[in-house]
Design a protein around this ligand. Structure first.
Ligand code: PLP
Length: 468
């Protein structure tokens, strides 16, 4: 049988078992209808009915080398045949090699790697390292951020939609980071936004008592919460605040790392070195769960003679590490990071900006590499988001309609609140990027119909295309 198109009967069986037994993330279980996916390759995946989707989400922004990269698949198969698992206390060739390759690409002296199973655990352990290293209790993080869904990580996450309870956040202090388009500081320029955001952060540190603050945790470029690229000087300013107050600077590069920004790490764009850097997703494109913390010499030294109070049965899992080695080597051999930079500069960036000119629903385009967001609005003047914060049901209809229009165009979008992110694999070709832009162009007509300009067009008798 054609492996790309399994028998139709299989689809019903998958759907029935999924609905009966799989409890899905972030969902009201009775209100979802997950798409049964039959296969995937490169920048595409397809369903059981032969519908193929260009993956402009990279799943959860993790398949940086696309689906089923043959070198990575082969490395996992070879490792499985050789040795599937070994406890973290042993020295293993693929684990050592993965750590060496990662340490060789992280900035500065982040030369030791603690492996986890994913991003949230990486954040948990970074926080623990910082607390033990400093002997201080508090951790600071930004509103408009995502750091994962485990106990500490979810409370560091600066998005109330994600908080499971209000009582678990002891020891977490949140602050506002820079975001000129929706400025908390009423700034007029990037320079002003940066200056005010740094003053606000320093004041928050001083009020909390610097001697009580273990760490400041930031996404280098905020991902899920909107692809917020910090203004020049911001991260250097945070580095300076941390240095002056003895605070551990943690950059969360779970989403922004391993090529997404057109550099190995987003930190490279800003020439900044944190004390701890968390990673996951792109390290092996998620082929086997893997994350980790890259640790500076100073923080690592704390644990030279004193045991690190933490560990995981699967820390540095051989299958995951083998896939990371193959992924990083493939990215280097095939110029995949350079490809992400080139596609961003020559196709995605200019193409998305051109869409903004044509579509009144696009309020702002921001990003770099293969890491972009379109901020969709009802009205460009007021910047009112196309849907309200945390919209559900009818309130969210404009974004639901937009997403459905993308899918009709064969594009799988990443949609969050009033935004769509253009986050294809770093391997995306020029032709695929253009195909994605064309699909977005069509689908944005649906969003336009919900804008003030769209309403005027409709009132004036112009047809508001549904783009389908
Ligand atoms: N940190 C950032 C910046 C993320 O984007 C994510 C996931 O999207 C996480 C942490 C959590 O990673 P995981 O879902 O692997 O636990």
């Amino acid at each position: 049988p054609d492996r790309h198109l399994p028998a139709p009967a299989a689809k019903a069986a998958v759907q029935a078992a999924d609905r009966a037994h799989v409890f899905h993330s972030w969902s009201a279980q009775g209100l979802i209808d997950p798409l049964p996916v039959a296969g995937a390759e490169g920048s595409y995946f397809w369903d059981y009915d032969g519908n193929r989707f260009l993956d402009f989400s990279s799943q959860l922004v993790n398949t940086n080398i696309g689906h089923q990269h043959p070198k990575v698949v082969a490395a996992i198969q070879e490792q499985a045949a050789r040795m599937c698992t070994l406890a973290p206390g042993f020295a293993v060739d693929v684990r050592a090699e993965a750590a060496r390759l990662i340490a060789g690409r992280t900035p500065g002296d982040l030369d030791k790697v603690f492996f986890t199973n994913g991003g949230a655990e990486a954040v948990e352990h970074a926080v623990r390292m910082a607390r033990v290293h400093t002997g201080r209790p508090k951790v600071m993080s930004a509103y408009r951020s995502y750091h994962g869904a485990t106990a500490a990580a979810i409370n560091l996450t600066g998005d109330p939609r994600r908080w499971a309870s209000d009582t678990a956040s002891a020891g977490v202090v949140r602050f506002w980071g820079p975001h000129l388009y929706r400025s908390h500081f009423h700034a007029a320029t990037e320079a002003e936004e940066c200056e005010r955001a740094l003053a606000h952060l320093e004041e928050t540190v001083l009020f909390e008592g610097p001697q009580s603050v273990a760490a400041i945790v930031l996404e280098t470029i905020v991902g899920t919460a909107g692809v917020l690229v910090p203004p020049p000087g911001y991260l250097a300013g945070v580095r300076d605040i941390c240095d002056r107050h003895g605070i551990v600077f943690v950059l969360d590069e779970v989403m922004s790392g391993f090529g997404r920004t057109g550099t190995w790490f987003a930190a490279d764009l800003f020439d900044v070195t944190p004390d701890l850097l968390t990673f996951a997703k792109g390290v092996n494109s998620g082929y086997v769960p893997l994350g980790g913390v890259a640790i500076s010499a100073a923080v690592a030294a704390t644990f030279d003679r004193r045991p690190y109070p933490g560990g995981l049965t699967y820390s540095g899992h051989p299958l995951a590490c083998a896939s990371a080695v193959a992924t990083i080597n493939a990215m280097a051999e095939e110029g995949i990071v350079e490809n992400a930079a080139r596609i961003g500069e020559t196709v995605l960036g200019p193409g998305l900006r051109a869409l903004a000119e044509r579509h009144p629903s696009v309020g702002e385009v921001r990003g770099t590499g293969v890491f972009w967001a379109l901020d969709l609005v009802r009205d460009r003047e007021t910047r009112e988001p196309l849907v309200p914060y945390n919209a559900t049901g009818a309130d969210n209809q404009p974004m639901a309609d937009f997403a459905a229009a993308c899918k009709r165009q064969g594009l799988w979008p990443f949609v969050n609140m009033n935004r769509t992110h253009a986050v294809p694999p770093c391997t995306v070709t020029e032709a695929e990027a253009k195909e994605g832009l064309a699909a977005l162009d069509e689908a944005l007509h649906v969003a336009d119909a919900h804008t003030a300009a769209g309403a005027r067009t409709a009132a004036g008798g112009g047809a508001a295309s549904d783009g389908g």
